[in-house]
Design a protein around this ligand. Structure first.
Ligand SMILES: Nc1ncnc2c1ncn2[C@@H]1O[C@H](COP(=O)(O)OP(=O)(O)OP(=O)(O)O)[C@@H](O)[C@H]1O
Ligand SMILES: [Mg+2]
Length: 468
Protein backbone atom coordinates (compact mmCIF):
# COMPACT_ATOMS: atom_id res chain seq x y z
CA UNK A 1 0.00 0.00 0.00
CA UNK A 2 1.53 3.29 -1.06
CA UNK A 3 0.35 5.66 1.61
CA UNK A 4 1.47 9.20 2.06
CA UNK A 5 -0.03 9.88 5.49
CA UNK A 6 0.57 13.61 5.56
CA UNK A 7 -1.53 14.06 2.41
CA UNK A 8 -4.32 11.73 3.40
CA UNK A 9 -7.77 13.09 2.87
CA UNK A 10 -6.66 16.01 0.70
CA UNK A 11 -9.25 17.50 -1.53
CA UNK A 12 -8.72 19.35 -4.77
CA UNK A 13 -11.00 21.01 -7.27
CA UNK A 14 -11.51 20.10 -10.88
CA UNK A 15 -10.41 23.06 -12.96
CA UNK A 16 -10.59 21.58 -16.43
CA UNK A 17 -11.83 18.49 -18.22
CA UNK A 18 -10.57 17.79 -21.72
CA UNK A 19 -11.71 14.38 -22.78
CA UNK A 20 -9.91 11.92 -20.53
CA UNK A 21 -7.53 14.60 -19.17
CA UNK A 22 -8.67 16.20 -15.94
CA UNK A 23 -6.80 18.97 -14.12
CA UNK A 24 -7.25 19.13 -10.36
CA UNK A 25 -6.05 22.17 -8.43
CA UNK A 26 -4.95 22.11 -4.82
CA UNK A 27 -4.55 25.01 -2.41
CA UNK A 28 -1.00 24.28 -1.33
CA UNK A 29 1.89 22.75 -3.26
CA UNK A 30 2.49 20.07 -0.65
CA UNK A 31 -1.08 18.83 -0.98
CA UNK A 32 -0.68 17.79 -4.62
CA UNK A 33 -0.73 13.97 -4.72
CA UNK A 34 2.25 12.20 -6.25
CA UNK A 35 2.36 10.80 -9.75
CA UNK A 36 0.26 7.60 -10.12
CA UNK A 37 -1.85 8.49 -7.07
CA UNK A 38 -5.55 7.89 -7.45
CA UNK A 39 -8.34 10.42 -6.96
CA UNK A 40 -12.08 10.11 -7.27
CA UNK A 41 -14.58 12.64 -8.53
CA UNK A 42 -18.34 12.32 -8.56
CA UNK A 43 -20.22 13.30 -11.69
CA UNK A 44 -23.51 15.22 -11.64
CA UNK A 45 -25.32 11.90 -11.73
CA UNK A 46 -23.26 10.62 -8.76
CA UNK A 47 -21.16 8.20 -10.75
CA UNK A 48 -17.57 7.86 -9.48
CA UNK A 49 -14.78 8.72 -11.92
CA UNK A 50 -11.32 7.45 -11.09
CA UNK A 51 -8.33 9.60 -11.95
CA UNK A 52 -4.66 8.69 -11.98
CA UNK A 53 -2.18 11.52 -11.59
CA UNK A 54 0.04 11.67 -14.67
CA UNK A 55 2.01 14.85 -14.10
CA UNK A 56 2.27 17.97 -11.99
CA UNK A 57 1.57 21.27 -13.70
CA UNK A 58 2.32 24.78 -12.44
CA UNK A 59 -0.17 26.33 -10.02
CA UNK A 60 -0.53 23.26 -7.74
CA UNK A 61 -2.30 21.35 -10.47
CA UNK A 62 -2.30 17.59 -10.72
CA UNK A 63 -2.92 16.62 -14.36
CA UNK A 64 -4.76 13.31 -14.35
CA UNK A 65 -5.83 10.64 -16.79
CA UNK A 66 -9.33 9.31 -16.22
CA UNK A 67 -9.71 5.56 -15.99
CA UNK A 68 -13.40 5.64 -16.85
CA UNK A 69 -15.62 8.02 -18.76
CA UNK A 70 -15.45 11.69 -17.78
CA UNK A 71 -18.92 12.43 -19.07
CA UNK A 72 -20.81 14.79 -16.75
CA UNK A 73 -17.90 15.82 -14.56
CA UNK A 74 -18.35 19.44 -13.62
CA UNK A 75 -15.77 22.11 -13.12
CA UNK A 76 -15.26 22.84 -9.44
CA UNK A 77 -16.28 19.32 -8.47
CA UNK A 78 -14.34 18.00 -5.50
CA UNK A 79 -11.59 15.49 -6.23
CA UNK A 80 -10.74 13.32 -3.26
CA UNK A 81 -7.37 11.79 -2.67
CA UNK A 82 -7.31 8.96 -0.18
CA UNK A 83 -3.56 8.50 -0.03
CA UNK A 84 -3.37 5.51 -2.35
CA UNK A 85 -2.53 4.62 -5.89
CA UNK A 86 -4.85 2.36 -7.91
CA UNK A 87 -5.10 -1.01 -6.21
CA UNK A 88 -6.77 -4.23 -7.23
CA UNK A 89 -8.00 -7.07 -5.10
CA UNK A 90 -5.85 -10.18 -5.27
CA UNK A 91 -6.15 -13.66 -3.83
CA UNK A 92 -8.40 -16.67 -4.30
CA UNK A 93 -11.61 -14.67 -4.62
CA UNK A 94 -10.42 -13.40 -8.00
CA UNK A 95 -10.51 -16.84 -9.62
CA UNK A 96 -13.26 -17.45 -12.16
CA UNK A 97 -14.12 -13.77 -12.21
CA UNK A 98 -13.87 -11.12 -14.89
CA UNK A 99 -12.72 -7.75 -13.66
CA UNK A 100 -11.86 -4.36 -15.10
CA UNK A 101 -8.70 -2.32 -14.65
CA UNK A 102 -9.74 -1.39 -11.10
CA UNK A 103 -10.41 -4.98 -10.13
CA UNK A 104 -14.18 -4.40 -10.12
CA UNK A 105 -16.30 -7.32 -11.35
CA UNK A 106 -17.84 -6.95 -14.80
CA UNK A 107 -19.30 -10.45 -15.02
CA UNK A 108 -22.55 -9.71 -13.16
CA UNK A 109 -21.80 -12.33 -10.56
CA UNK A 110 -21.88 -10.02 -7.58
CA UNK A 111 -19.19 -8.24 -5.59
CA UNK A 112 -15.75 -9.72 -4.95
CA UNK A 113 -14.62 -9.93 -1.37
CA UNK A 114 -10.84 -9.73 -1.55
CA UNK A 115 -8.90 -9.67 1.67
CA UNK A 116 -5.75 -8.29 0.12
CA UNK A 117 -5.00 -5.77 -2.54
CA UNK A 118 -2.00 -4.73 -4.56
CA UNK A 119 -1.08 -1.50 -6.33
CA UNK A 120 -1.12 -1.90 -10.09
CA UNK A 121 1.92 0.31 -10.53
CA UNK A 122 5.09 -1.13 -9.13
CA UNK A 123 7.80 0.92 -7.58
CA UNK A 124 10.47 -0.98 -9.51
CA UNK A 125 11.52 -4.54 -10.06
CA UNK A 126 11.10 -6.78 -7.08
CA UNK A 127 14.61 -7.67 -5.96
CA UNK A 128 13.32 -10.88 -4.40
CA UNK A 129 12.31 -12.18 -7.77
CA UNK A 130 15.74 -12.50 -9.22
CA UNK A 131 16.85 -13.16 -12.69
CA UNK A 132 16.79 -16.89 -13.22
CA UNK A 133 20.37 -16.95 -14.51
CA UNK A 134 21.56 -16.09 -11.02
CA UNK A 135 19.57 -18.77 -9.29
CA UNK A 136 20.39 -21.78 -11.47
CA UNK A 137 17.92 -22.31 -14.26
CA UNK A 138 15.93 -25.50 -14.57
CA UNK A 139 14.23 -25.59 -17.90
CA UNK A 140 10.82 -27.06 -18.14
CA UNK A 141 9.12 -27.23 -21.49
CA UNK A 142 5.33 -26.97 -21.51
CA UNK A 143 3.79 -29.04 -24.28
CA UNK A 144 1.15 -27.17 -26.25
CA UNK A 145 -0.02 -30.03 -28.47
CA UNK A 146 0.43 -27.74 -31.50
CA UNK A 147 2.98 -29.36 -33.80
CA UNK A 148 4.76 -26.33 -35.17
CA UNK A 149 4.92 -24.58 -31.80
CA UNK A 150 6.25 -27.56 -29.86
CA UNK A 151 8.80 -28.26 -32.57
CA UNK A 152 10.12 -24.80 -33.39
CA UNK A 153 8.96 -22.48 -30.60
CA UNK A 154 8.96 -24.57 -27.44
CA UNK A 155 7.10 -22.91 -24.61
CA UNK A 156 9.58 -22.87 -21.76
CA UNK A 157 8.31 -22.20 -18.29
CA UNK A 158 9.21 -18.65 -17.32
CA UNK A 159 9.81 -17.44 -20.86
CA UNK A 160 7.97 -14.91 -23.01
CA UNK A 161 6.44 -15.79 -26.34
CA UNK A 162 4.90 -13.42 -28.84
CA UNK A 163 2.41 -14.21 -31.59
CA UNK A 164 2.95 -11.45 -34.14
CA UNK A 165 0.73 -10.74 -37.08
CA UNK A 166 -1.39 -8.26 -38.96
CA UNK A 167 -5.17 -8.11 -38.75
CA UNK A 168 -7.05 -11.36 -38.93
CA UNK A 169 -4.14 -13.78 -39.30
CA UNK A 170 -5.08 -15.93 -36.32
CA UNK A 171 -3.30 -14.47 -33.28
CA UNK A 172 -6.29 -14.78 -31.00
CA UNK A 173 -7.07 -18.29 -32.18
CA UNK A 174 -3.53 -19.49 -31.51
CA UNK A 175 -3.60 -17.91 -28.06
CA UNK A 176 -6.96 -19.50 -27.33
CA UNK A 177 -5.79 -22.92 -28.54
CA UNK A 178 -2.72 -22.74 -26.29
CA UNK A 179 -5.00 -21.90 -23.36
CA UNK A 180 -7.33 -24.71 -24.35
CA UNK A 181 -4.51 -27.24 -24.60
CA UNK A 182 -2.27 -26.44 -21.69
CA UNK A 183 -4.28 -24.88 -18.91
CA UNK A 184 -6.10 -28.15 -18.26
CA UNK A 185 -2.81 -29.94 -17.73
CA UNK A 186 -0.83 -27.12 -16.23
CA UNK A 187 -0.45 -27.32 -12.47
CA UNK A 188 -0.31 -23.59 -11.92
CA UNK A 189 -2.78 -20.86 -12.55
CA UNK A 190 -3.66 -18.60 -15.41
CA UNK A 191 -4.21 -14.89 -15.87
CA UNK A 192 -5.81 -13.59 -19.06
CA UNK A 193 -5.50 -9.92 -19.93
CA UNK A 194 -7.71 -8.58 -22.71
CA UNK A 195 -6.43 -5.22 -23.95
CA UNK A 196 -8.23 -3.07 -26.49
CA UNK A 197 -9.71 -5.89 -28.56
CA UNK A 198 -13.30 -6.82 -29.36
CA UNK A 199 -15.74 -7.14 -26.51
CA UNK A 200 -17.22 -10.37 -27.83
CA UNK A 201 -13.81 -12.05 -27.50
CA UNK A 202 -14.25 -11.84 -23.74
CA UNK A 203 -17.43 -13.84 -24.06
CA UNK A 204 -15.78 -16.45 -26.25
CA UNK A 205 -12.94 -16.87 -23.80
CA UNK A 206 -15.32 -17.13 -20.87
CA UNK A 207 -17.40 -19.88 -22.51
CA UNK A 208 -14.31 -21.72 -23.74
CA UNK A 209 -12.87 -21.79 -20.23
CA UNK A 210 -16.18 -22.76 -18.61
CA UNK A 211 -16.74 -25.53 -21.13
CA UNK A 212 -13.46 -27.15 -20.14
CA UNK A 213 -13.86 -26.57 -16.44
CA UNK A 214 -10.72 -24.45 -16.17
CA UNK A 215 -12.41 -21.21 -15.25
CA UNK A 216 -11.70 -21.68 -11.57
CA UNK A 217 -7.94 -21.68 -12.26
CA UNK A 218 -8.16 -18.46 -14.19
CA UNK A 219 -8.32 -14.75 -13.42
CA UNK A 220 -9.54 -12.56 -16.24
CA UNK A 221 -9.12 -8.84 -16.64
CA UNK A 222 -10.47 -6.78 -19.50
CA UNK A 223 -10.01 -3.26 -20.80
CA UNK A 224 -11.53 -3.55 -24.25
CA UNK A 225 -11.70 -1.25 -27.24
CA UNK A 226 -14.62 0.83 -25.98
CA UNK A 227 -12.78 1.98 -22.88
CA UNK A 228 -10.75 5.18 -22.44
CA UNK A 229 -6.97 4.98 -22.99
CA UNK A 230 -6.33 5.15 -19.24
CA UNK A 231 -8.17 1.86 -18.80
CA UNK A 232 -6.55 0.17 -21.79
CA UNK A 233 -3.14 1.17 -20.57
CA UNK A 234 -3.77 0.37 -16.92
CA UNK A 235 -5.26 -3.04 -17.59
CA UNK A 236 -1.85 -4.41 -18.58
CA UNK A 237 -0.57 -3.23 -15.22
CA UNK A 238 -3.55 -4.82 -13.46
CA UNK A 239 -2.75 -8.11 -15.20
CA UNK A 240 0.89 -7.82 -14.18
CA UNK A 241 -0.15 -7.11 -10.58
CA UNK A 242 -2.35 -10.22 -10.50
CA UNK A 243 0.43 -12.36 -11.98
CA UNK A 244 2.89 -10.88 -9.51
CA UNK A 245 0.65 -11.66 -6.55
CA UNK A 246 0.32 -15.29 -7.66
CA UNK A 247 4.04 -15.50 -8.26
CA UNK A 248 4.64 -14.34 -4.72
CA UNK A 249 2.52 -17.25 -3.52
CA UNK A 250 5.08 -19.48 -5.29
CA UNK A 251 2.64 -20.38 -8.03
CA UNK A 252 3.59 -20.91 -11.64
CA UNK A 253 1.55 -18.49 -13.67
CA UNK A 254 0.57 -18.56 -17.31
CA UNK A 255 -0.09 -15.03 -18.47
CA UNK A 256 -1.97 -14.50 -21.72
CA UNK A 257 -2.21 -11.06 -23.23
CA UNK A 258 -4.39 -10.20 -26.22
CA UNK A 259 -3.26 -7.69 -27.42
CA UNK A 260 -0.08 -6.09 -26.07
CA UNK A 261 0.16 -3.70 -29.04
CA UNK A 262 -3.02 -2.02 -27.77
CA UNK A 263 -1.22 -1.26 -24.52
CA UNK A 264 1.49 0.64 -26.40
CA UNK A 265 -1.20 2.30 -28.50
CA UNK A 266 -3.06 3.45 -25.38
CA UNK A 267 0.25 4.81 -24.06
CA UNK A 268 0.63 6.80 -27.28
CA UNK A 269 -2.88 8.23 -26.92
CA UNK A 270 -2.18 9.29 -23.34
CA UNK A 271 1.09 10.86 -24.36
CA UNK A 272 -0.64 12.89 -27.08
CA UNK A 273 -3.44 13.92 -24.72
CA UNK A 274 -0.84 15.21 -22.30
CA UNK A 275 0.69 17.26 -25.07
CA UNK A 276 4.02 15.45 -25.10
CA UNK A 277 5.97 15.80 -28.30
CA UNK A 278 6.12 12.44 -30.08
CA UNK A 279 9.44 10.95 -31.06
CA UNK A 280 10.56 10.87 -34.68
CA UNK A 281 8.75 7.58 -35.23
CA UNK A 282 5.39 9.09 -34.30
CA UNK A 283 5.10 7.11 -31.10
CA UNK A 284 5.36 8.39 -27.55
CA UNK A 285 8.87 9.35 -26.40
CA UNK A 286 8.43 6.86 -23.54
CA UNK A 287 7.77 3.90 -25.86
CA UNK A 288 10.70 1.75 -24.76
CA UNK A 289 10.31 2.47 -21.06
CA UNK A 290 6.61 1.59 -21.20
CA UNK A 291 7.26 -1.69 -22.99
CA UNK A 292 10.01 -2.52 -20.52
CA UNK A 293 8.03 -1.49 -17.46
CA UNK A 294 5.48 -4.16 -18.31
CA UNK A 295 7.89 -6.87 -19.41
CA UNK A 296 10.36 -6.45 -16.59
CA UNK A 297 7.55 -6.86 -14.09
CA UNK A 298 6.56 -10.23 -15.40
CA UNK A 299 9.99 -11.76 -15.41
CA UNK A 300 10.57 -14.98 -13.61
CA UNK A 301 13.04 -16.37 -11.21
CA UNK A 302 13.48 -19.74 -9.67
CA UNK A 303 14.52 -19.89 -6.07
CA UNK A 304 12.29 -17.04 -4.97
CA UNK A 305 8.69 -17.00 -6.11
CA UNK A 306 7.00 -18.90 -8.90
CA UNK A 307 7.44 -18.37 -12.61
CA UNK A 308 5.49 -16.33 -15.11
CA UNK A 309 5.19 -17.77 -18.60
CA UNK A 310 3.68 -15.26 -20.94
CA UNK A 311 2.07 -15.63 -24.34
CA UNK A 312 1.36 -12.27 -25.93
CA UNK A 313 -0.51 -11.53 -29.12
CA UNK A 314 1.11 -8.62 -30.94
CA UNK A 315 -0.83 -6.79 -33.63
CA UNK A 316 1.45 -5.73 -36.46
CA UNK A 317 0.12 -2.55 -38.12
CA UNK A 318 -0.03 -2.87 -41.91
CA UNK A 319 1.94 -6.14 -41.63
CA UNK A 320 5.06 -4.02 -41.07
CA UNK A 321 7.39 -5.86 -38.73
CA UNK A 322 9.67 -2.84 -38.49
CA UNK A 323 6.95 -0.78 -36.82
CA UNK A 324 8.68 0.84 -33.80
CA UNK A 325 6.03 -0.41 -31.35
CA UNK A 326 6.37 -3.97 -32.60
CA UNK A 327 10.16 -3.76 -32.39
CA UNK A 328 9.92 -2.32 -28.87
CA UNK A 329 7.80 -5.30 -27.82
CA UNK A 330 9.72 -8.09 -29.43
CA UNK A 331 13.04 -7.11 -27.90
CA UNK A 332 11.60 -8.47 -24.65
CA UNK A 333 10.42 -11.79 -26.04
CA UNK A 334 12.25 -15.11 -26.05
CA UNK A 335 10.25 -16.60 -28.90
CA UNK A 336 8.51 -14.81 -31.71
CA UNK A 337 6.07 -16.50 -34.01
CA UNK A 338 5.37 -14.39 -37.06
CA UNK A 339 2.13 -15.06 -38.88
CA UNK A 340 2.10 -14.61 -42.63
CA UNK A 341 -0.68 -13.47 -44.90
CA UNK A 342 0.66 -15.64 -47.69
CA UNK A 343 0.17 -18.74 -45.54
CA UNK A 344 -3.34 -17.69 -44.65
CA UNK A 345 -4.05 -17.30 -48.37
CA UNK A 346 -2.82 -20.87 -48.89
CA UNK A 347 -4.95 -22.11 -45.99
CA UNK A 348 -1.89 -23.18 -44.02
CA UNK A 349 -3.16 -22.78 -40.44
CA UNK A 350 -1.61 -22.03 -37.98
CA UNK A 351 -0.07 -19.47 -40.33
CA UNK A 352 3.31 -19.26 -38.57
CA UNK A 353 6.13 -18.55 -41.00
CA UNK A 354 9.05 -20.59 -39.62
CA UNK A 355 11.67 -18.63 -41.53
CA UNK A 356 10.51 -15.23 -40.29
CA UNK A 357 10.15 -16.43 -36.70
CA UNK A 358 12.76 -17.32 -34.12
CA UNK A 359 13.13 -18.81 -30.69
CA UNK A 360 15.88 -18.58 -28.12
CA UNK A 361 14.36 -21.64 -26.47
CA UNK A 362 15.44 -23.84 -29.35
CA UNK A 363 18.63 -24.90 -27.67
CA UNK A 364 19.97 -28.45 -27.23
CA UNK A 365 20.33 -27.82 -23.48
CA UNK A 366 16.64 -27.04 -23.25
CA UNK A 367 14.96 -29.33 -25.75
CA UNK A 368 17.52 -32.13 -26.01
CA UNK A 369 19.72 -33.14 -28.92
CA UNK A 370 17.20 -35.14 -30.93
CA UNK A 371 14.59 -32.40 -30.91
CA UNK A 372 17.22 -29.78 -31.71
CA UNK A 373 18.60 -31.79 -34.61
CA UNK A 374 15.15 -32.34 -36.11
CA UNK A 375 14.26 -28.66 -35.75
CA UNK A 376 17.45 -27.57 -37.52
CA UNK A 377 16.92 -30.11 -40.25
CA UNK A 378 13.39 -28.90 -40.91
CA UNK A 379 14.51 -25.25 -40.99
CA UNK A 380 17.24 -26.18 -43.47
CA UNK A 381 14.70 -27.92 -45.70
CA UNK A 382 12.34 -24.93 -45.54
CA UNK A 383 15.17 -22.57 -46.51
CA UNK A 384 16.09 -24.69 -49.49
CA UNK A 385 12.41 -25.03 -50.41
CA UNK A 386 12.05 -21.25 -50.56
CA UNK A 387 14.90 -21.10 -53.11
CA UNK A 388 13.49 -23.97 -55.14
CA UNK A 389 10.01 -22.52 -55.10
CA UNK A 390 11.23 -19.36 -56.82
CA UNK A 391 13.16 -21.43 -59.30
CA UNK A 392 10.16 -23.61 -60.07
CA UNK A 393 8.09 -20.52 -60.86
CA UNK A 394 10.59 -19.71 -63.61
CA UNK A 395 11.69 -23.04 -65.01
CA UNK A 396 8.87 -25.39 -64.02
CA UNK A 397 9.01 -28.33 -61.67
CA UNK A 398 10.18 -30.87 -64.25
CA UNK A 399 13.50 -29.11 -64.70
CA UNK A 400 14.59 -29.75 -61.11
CA UNK A 401 17.36 -32.31 -60.58
CA UNK A 402 16.15 -35.58 -59.00
CA UNK A 403 17.68 -34.70 -55.61
CA UNK A 404 16.14 -31.22 -55.64
CA UNK A 405 12.82 -32.68 -56.71
CA UNK A 406 12.90 -35.08 -53.77
CA UNK A 407 13.72 -32.28 -51.35
CA UNK A 408 11.01 -30.10 -52.88
CA UNK A 409 8.38 -32.81 -52.42
CA UNK A 410 9.44 -33.61 -48.88
CA UNK A 411 9.45 -29.94 -47.96
CA UNK A 412 5.87 -29.57 -49.19
CA UNK A 413 4.89 -32.60 -47.14
CA UNK A 414 6.57 -31.15 -44.07
CA UNK A 415 4.82 -27.85 -44.68
CA UNK A 416 1.49 -29.64 -44.80
CA UNK A 417 2.35 -31.75 -41.79
CA UNK A 418 2.92 -28.52 -39.83
CA UNK A 419 -0.72 -27.52 -40.39
CA UNK A 420 -3.21 -28.67 -37.81
CA UNK A 421 -6.92 -28.35 -37.11
CA UNK A 422 -7.52 -26.53 -33.82
CA UNK A 423 -10.16 -27.41 -31.27
CA UNK A 424 -11.10 -23.75 -30.90
CA UNK A 425 -11.36 -23.33 -34.69
CA UNK A 426 -13.70 -26.26 -35.29
CA UNK A 427 -16.41 -23.81 -36.30
CA UNK A 428 -14.19 -22.42 -39.07
CA UNK A 429 -12.60 -25.60 -40.40
CA UNK A 430 -15.38 -28.08 -39.77
CA UNK A 431 -12.66 -30.46 -38.62
CA UNK A 432 -12.14 -31.96 -35.22
CA UNK A 433 -9.21 -30.42 -33.34
CA UNK A 434 -6.15 -32.51 -32.63
CA UNK A 435 -3.72 -32.51 -29.76
CA UNK A 436 -0.41 -33.88 -31.00
CA UNK A 437 2.28 -34.82 -28.51
CA UNK A 438 5.83 -33.65 -29.07
CA UNK A 439 6.92 -37.25 -29.53
CA UNK A 440 4.34 -37.74 -32.28
CA UNK A 441 5.51 -34.54 -33.97
CA UNK A 442 9.16 -35.57 -33.84
CA UNK A 443 8.38 -39.07 -35.15
CA UNK A 444 6.28 -37.61 -37.97
CA UNK A 445 9.12 -35.33 -39.05
CA UNK A 446 11.62 -38.20 -38.91
CA UNK A 447 9.37 -40.36 -41.07
CA UNK A 448 9.18 -37.63 -43.71
CA UNK A 449 12.97 -37.05 -43.59
CA UNK A 450 13.58 -40.79 -43.91
CA UNK A 451 11.41 -41.02 -47.00
CA UNK A 452 8.73 -43.16 -45.35
CA UNK A 453 6.10 -40.79 -46.73
CA UNK A 454 7.57 -40.41 -50.20
CA UNK A 455 4.66 -42.33 -51.69
CA UNK A 456 2.00 -40.56 -49.62
CA UNK A 457 0.25 -37.75 -51.51
CA UNK A 458 0.97 -34.37 -49.90
CA UNK A 459 -2.75 -33.64 -49.45
CA UNK A 460 -2.97 -36.56 -47.03
CA UNK A 461 -0.76 -34.64 -44.61
CA UNK A 462 -2.74 -31.39 -44.81
CA UNK A 463 -4.69 -30.34 -41.71
CA UNK A 464 -4.23 -33.57 -39.83
CA UNK A 465 -3.07 -34.58 -36.40
CA UNK A 466 -0.27 -37.11 -35.91
CA UNK A 467 1.07 -39.12 -38.83
CA UNK A 468 -0.99 -42.28 -38.97
N1 LIG B 1 -6.15 -22.12 -36.88
C1 LIG B 1 -7.13 -21.66 -37.65
N2 LIG B 1 -7.90 -22.52 -38.34
C2 LIG B 1 -8.88 -22.06 -39.12
N3 LIG B 1 -9.21 -20.76 -39.29
C3 LIG B 1 -8.48 -19.87 -38.64
C4 LIG B 1 -7.40 -20.26 -37.79
N4 LIG B 1 -6.83 -19.17 -37.29
C5 LIG B 1 -7.52 -18.12 -37.79
N5 LIG B 1 -8.51 -18.53 -38.61
C6 LIG B 1 -9.45 -17.66 -39.35
O1 LIG B 1 -8.99 -16.33 -39.29
C7 LIG B 1 -9.91 -15.49 -38.61
C8 LIG B 1 -9.21 -14.48 -37.73
O2 LIG B 1 -8.57 -15.12 -36.65
P1 LIG B 1 -8.22 -14.33 -35.31
O3 LIG B 1 -9.40 -13.65 -34.78
O4 LIG B 1 -7.51 -15.26 -34.41
O5 LIG B 1 -7.20 -13.27 -35.91
P2 LIG B 1 -6.38 -12.15 -35.14
O6 LIG B 1 -5.02 -12.20 -35.69
O7 LIG B 1 -6.57 -12.28 -33.69
O8 LIG B 1 -7.12 -10.86 -35.72
P3 LIG B 1 -7.23 -9.40 -35.08
O9 LIG B 1 -5.94 -8.71 -35.36
O10 LIG B 1 -8.34 -8.81 -35.87
O11 LIG B 1 -7.52 -9.57 -33.64
C9 LIG B 1 -10.80 -16.43 -37.84
O12 LIG B 1 -12.07 -15.88 -37.66
C10 LIG B 1 -10.81 -17.66 -38.72
O13 LIG B 1 -11.75 -17.53 -39.75
MG1 LIG C 1 -7.42 -11.03 -32.24
Amino acid sequence: MQKTPSRNGCQGKVVSVQGPVVDVKFVAADEVPGVYSMMTVETIDRRPVYLEVAEHAPGNVARCIAINSTQNIQRNAAANYSGKSIEVGVGDSMYARIVNVLGQPIDQKGPIASKQSRPIRSAGTDAKIQDSTQTGKRYEVLETGIKIIDLLFPLVKGSKTGVLGGAGLGKSIITLEIIHNIVTKHQGTCVFVGIGERIREGNELFFELSKHGILDKTMIVFGQMDEPPGARYGVAMTGAALAESLQRENKDVLLFVDNIFRFIQAGAEISTLLGRVPSETGYQPTLISEASEFHERIRSGYGAGGSVTSVEAVYVPADDLTDPAVVAIFTFLDSIMVLSRERVAMGLYPAIDPLMSSSANLDPDIVGHRHYRISQEILKIFHKYEELRKLVMVIGIDELSPSDRLLYDRARKLQNFMTQPFSVAEAYTGKKGYYVTLEETLKGCESIFDGKCDKTPEEALYMTGPLS
